[in-house]
Design a protein around this ligand. Structure first.
Ligand code: GLA
Length: 380
């Protein structure tokens, strides 16, 4: 059964009628540009074929009723304040809240959700859920809400309603990505450029390696990185670390006393430049040459930003030893997935190499699949 037919079936069995429509929004991986989004910098994500599908219809009475194929009980809520609706339904209530806060008349609705986006793998299952619900409600209510303004509302649901201090990358990717392209996003201006990303034409593939690293208690680490960056920007007298460029890096570092903060700043400044360099190479079709930038990004996350763990470091090293052109962890860190840029026919050999390296260390086996850039949020 496809995710779309699961969502439709869940709707019919829970509500006893057919949905008005089906809306899908994908998970994402980020090709390069990590933790740069909340520093007003650059990111380059692309959408995964895995998606959340919302089957939805306007309901007669007030409020919203949501069910899903990942939790047995439907949840009903009226207009709510941040934090009132808990667990997975908080992402739905958060979207309703953010839309209402922005002055939209949100239609009361019944929604059934289904998903094949892996949870806890750092591929933005929550942003996919928010984006699918937001797209459905905007269509059902005929809301005058341009696509470019949608990610910030879904991000507000996540930041304020759910309480996770994330940047705007994940919701932007889920809503604005296009099939066969990577999304070059300037997180300050919110301007986007769709960068052609035809791996197959170059005889290449990106292998996604889910490290399956155990969930660690690292929620506080993301916020700590963010605060450190904001504090550094304050000391340097700039609006955000985006405003420190490669040329000004040494001078900026000389103004910071704290060695850890210096390393955090160095990651952000060099990572922004790596995104720009990657985009330049892709624009001129030199896909293979982005490999060293990916590997340099990983080293920077490992040594300067300190957000990697043994499982992702080992996956990167094993993929490189097996001939990958480049490899890096993608996403917020402390586990999640690694991307390896490889010759298309090397997917099995690379997987075996990573599996062997994991077995030697006693790690849980990784899961791998080839990344094919899919479309962003849409009505099916
Ligand atoms: C998480 C956040 C994003 C971004 C990445 C790191 O995915 O949700 O906003 O900060 O981490 O690049």
């Amino acid at each position: 059964m496809t995710v779309a037919s699961s969502a439709a079936a869940a709707f019919e069995s829970t509500f006893g009628s057919e949905p008005t429509g089906l809306w899908a929004a994908p998970g994402r991986v980020n090709l390069i540009g990590e933790h740069t989004d909340y520093n007003d910098g650059f990111v380059l994500p692309f959408a995964l074929p895995q998606q959340v599908v919302a089957a939805a219809a306007v309901q007669e009475g007030p409020g919203w009723t949501v069910c899903s194929d990942f939790a047995p009980e439907p949840v009903t809520f009226a207009s709510s304040e941040p934090g009132e609706v808990k667990d997975w339904a908080a992402y739905v209530a958060g979207v309703v809240w953010a839309l209402q806060e922005a002055g939209f008349d949100v239609p009361p609705a019944r929604i059934a959700l289904a998903s094949d986006v892996p949870v806890g793998a750092g591929v933005s299952s929550s942003a996919a859920l928010e984006s699918a619900v937001l797209t459905a409600l905007a269509d059902l209510g005929g809301l005058d809400l341009p696509v470019a303004k949608r990610p910030a509302l879904a991000q507000r649901a996540e930041n304020v309603y759910v309480g996770a201090p994330t940047g705007i990358m994940d919701q932007s990717a889920s809503i604005r990505c296009e099939e066969g392209r990577a999304l070059f996003l300037d997180c300050r201006s919110l301007e986007v450029e769709q960068i052609p990303f035809d791996l197959a034409a170059a005889g290449l593939a990106i292998l996604i390696i889910n490290s399956n690293a155990p969930h660690r208690h690292v929620d506080g680490e993301y916020g700590a990185r963010r605060r450190s960056c904001e504090e550094a920007a304050r000391i340097l007298g700039v609006p955000a670390l985006r405003d420190v460029t490669g040329d000004g890096l040494d001078a900026a570092l000389a103004k910071l006393d704290d060695e850890v903060m210096r390393r955090r700043v160095r990651h952000i400044v060099t990572e922004n430049q790596r995104v720009l360099d990657t985009v330049d190479l892709l624009r001129s079709g030199r896909v293979r040459e982005i490999g060293p930038l990916m590997t340099a990004s990983h080293a920077s996350m490992r040594d300067d930003f300190e957000i990697t763990v043994a499982e992702v470091d080992v996956a990167v090293e094993a993929a490189l030893a097996a001939g990958a052109y480049g490899a890096r962890m993608t996403g917020g860190g402390f586990g999640g997935c690694v991307l390896a840029l490889i010759d298309a026919e090397r997917a099995d050999a690379t997987t075996v190499a990573v599996e062997r390296a994991y077995a030697v260390r006693g790690f849980t086996a990784p899961t791998t699949w080839p990344a094919v850039p899919g479309p962003g949020a849409r009505r099916l």
